[in-house]
Design a protein around this ligand. Structure first.
Ligand SMILES: [Zn+2]
Length: 146
């Protein structure tokens, strides 16, 4: 049994920090960045794209809380679902580790989260954004406890 991503080519992780970087693609023709990474540009149709790491940190544009998930989802509920701005030109829809609606402008960082197991017992990992203020709070608790 081991851990594996829910989908290959979606993100890379830093095991030391538990952070993740989503993989996007930049078009050599029009310079637009797309997520997820694609072999052709969804904006101009060019086939000259290059995979790139997207910024780990972004800000919430809109957020809602999902309390009852779809039947195939095996991760924890409730969870946040948000429009996250990663760059001035790129917004994505992403899962957020929150049980409360986050205000627009809230800073978040991409982490990995276990979202259940596959049929072979492998732990499935998925990207999930976490509010930065919660991370610093957890670090404070960790420091205070040690
Ligand atoms: Zn393009």
């Amino acid at each position: 049994m081991s851990a594996k991503p829910v989908r290959e080519g979606l993100f890379v992780t830093d095991p030391e920090t538990g952070t993740a970087s989503l993989l996007g693609s930049r078009c050599a023709g029009c310079s637009q960045v797309a997520f997820p990474a694609s072999e052709f540009c969804p904006y101009c149709g060019s086939e000259h794209t290059q995979v790139m790491l997207l910024p780990q940190e972004g800000t919430i544009e809109l957020c809602t809380v999902v309390r009852k998930s779809s039947p195939n989802y095996r991760g924890p509920t409730p969870y946040g679902l948000a429009v996250v701005r990663l760059t001035p030109d790129l917004v994505i829809i992403a899962k957020v580790d929150t049980q409360q609606v986050l205000a627009p402008g809230t800073a978040v960082r991409c982490m990995v989260q276990a979202v259940g197991e596959d049929d072979d017992g492998n732990v499935l990992l998925a990207p999930c954004f976490r509010p930065l203020h919660l991370q610093s709070e957890m670090e404070r608790i960790r420091v205070a406890g040690s």
